[in-house]
Design a protein around this ligand. Structure first.
Ligand code: GDP
Ligand code: IMO
Ligand code: MG
Length: 423
């Protein structure tokens, strides 16, 4: 199974970084294809604890070629800093990290506009990470974007940038922000371009060759299915497609080349930012999950909203992506609960309902239908053999497989790479 994709099955932060780090141990190529530094992927292995935002989480295999594909939006300061941090940690990337010149640039005015739009929308805001992601993808779709390749042509870049800054300054001014200076931005971006020069290279041939020669290629999704622009809870979504299919435009890989699609799914549900979440628990149980699971955003530190596992959602995201398996993460967080619940479906107006029946307002009105299972009340932290799991945990996993229709192939019993059951 040479091409494997790792995709978030819920609202993000499912532990994708950990599973990419695990699978990357056998990968020749690891690639990011969507999102930007709104992503925060945690990896804990023998080299330490890392929070990656733009670099693929497979960087720790020194033999793996790392690709940042054209679907990713690049914050130049962010990527330069990450490369530097890894270099200091003994993970050099020269000669094996390649960033597509087609990547769109997150510009300083995108970050400013992100915040201004959010505050103008007040209680209707999305609750973004403030990294300028939506405005960058909006400019990409509206033919107003600047790409990494544009920095190669100095005069043209300055002209394009000046045009954008003059447009954006009118918008920023109307929304009560401070105008921006194109010359200052140009100097800063040319300097980052110089620093990043050794890593910029067209990635199409690299990836096509890897696929043709049957190498192990690992595709790392950022964000998650329910944040997808089309199929997520719009407008409480992110600016890019987050589905496995986004790897085609986002990297230049044919859809039929992808043969293994791992959905990473938390053993419960979390969400950060605004928007509907049917199983959210605003009571003591929700607080308990947050505390034990340390559910605070990897990029922004915001507390995550927590609730029981919503299997209606996972059944939907599995169908949409065609998950061939699930990695069930953070199972150890539920160790102390006397009872665990799974939402197996919804009710709306006294009738059976599904996620895909309506929009975000509809979802807000849906009532989850719960099934209760006995907890295992045993410490499973670090367990890495299926046969060592308590009966209650096995029952819980088997029930998730039944309700979602997808086999669970990996189980997380702690944040460290080793704290994993591979079935
Ligand atoms: P990602 O965005 O999907 O890569 O996930 P994040 O890194 O944002 O959030 C997942 C969090 O859960 C991180 O703090 C991980 O270290 C942690 N984590 C991952 N798997 C497990 C697990 O099986 N058990 C526990 N307790 N923590 C885990
Ligand atoms: P990883 O890859 C969780 C959420 C934000 C907000 C919405 C839009 O770590 O799973 P944006 O800044 O993208 O315009 O914000 O999407 N969001 C995430 N939530 N994990 C992420 O990434 C996220 N990236 C964006 O909180 O609700
Ligand atoms: Mg995250």
């Amino acid at each position: 199974m040479p091409v494997t994709a790792v995709i978030g099955a819920q609202w993000g932060d499912e532990g994708k970084g950990k599973y990419v780090d695990i699978l990357a141990q056998d990968a020749h190529v690891v690639a990011r294809f969507n999102g930007g530094n709104n992503a925060g992927h945690t990896v804990i292995n023998e080299l330490g604890t890392f929070k990656l935002h733009l670099l693929p989480s497979g960087v720790f295999n020194p033999k793996a070629t790392c690709i940042i594909g054209p679907g990713v939006v690049l914050d130049l300061a962010g990527i330069a800093e990450e490369i530097n941090t890894l270099d200091k940690a003994g993970v050099p990337l020269k000669g094996r990290l390649f960033i597509s010149p087609r990547c769109h640039l997150v510009m300083p005015y995108h970050r400013v506009l992100d915040r201004l739009y959010e505050s103008a929308k007040g209680h209707l805001s999305t609750g973004t990470t403030g990294r300028g992601i939506g405005p960058t993808y909006a400019d990409k779709a509206g033919y107003n974007g600047l790409r990494l390749a544009d920095l190669q042509r100095r005069t043209l870049f300055i002209e394009k940038l000046s045009t954008q800054v003059s447009i954006k300054n009118r918008l920023i001014g109307a929304l009560g922000g401070e105008p921006m200076d194109a010359d200052k931005i140009a100097d800063e971006y040319f300097e980052y371009f110089r620093i990043l020069q050794p890593f910029i290279k067209e990635t199409f041939g690299l990836l096509q060759d890897a696929v043709k020669s049957n190498q192990n290629v690992l595709l790392e999704g950022a964000q998650a299915t329910l944040l997808d622009t089309d199929w997520g809870t719009y407008p409480f979504v992110t600016g890019s497609s987050t589905l496995v299919s986004a790897a085609t435009p986002g990297l230049g890989i044919p859809p039929r080349a992808i043969d293994r699609i791992v959905g990473v799914c938390k053993a419960y549900t979390t969400r950060v930012g605004n928007g509907p979440m049917p199983t959210e628990l605003t009571d003591e149980t929700g607080d308990r999950i947050r505390k034990i699971g340390r559910e605070y955003g990897t990029s922004t530190g915001r507390p995550r909203r927590c609730g029981w596992l919503d299997a209606e959602l996972v059944r939907f995201t599995a169908a949409l992506n065609g998950f061939t398996e699930l990695a069930l993460s953070l199972l150890d967080v539920l160790d102390t609960f006397h009872e665990v619940k799974i939402a197996t479906g919804y009710e709306w107006g006294g009738q059976k309902a599904h996620y895909f029946d309506g929009d975000a307002v509809f979802l807000e009105e849906c009532q989850p239908v719960y099934e209760s299972l006995p907890g295992w009340e045993k410490d499973i932290r670090g367990v890495n053999r299926w046969s060592d799991l308590p009966r209650g945990a096995v029952n819980y996993i088997e029930r998730i497989e039944q309700v979602t229709g997808v086999p669970v192939s990996m189980i997380g019993t702690g944040p460290d790479r080793r704290e994993t059951i591979i079935r």
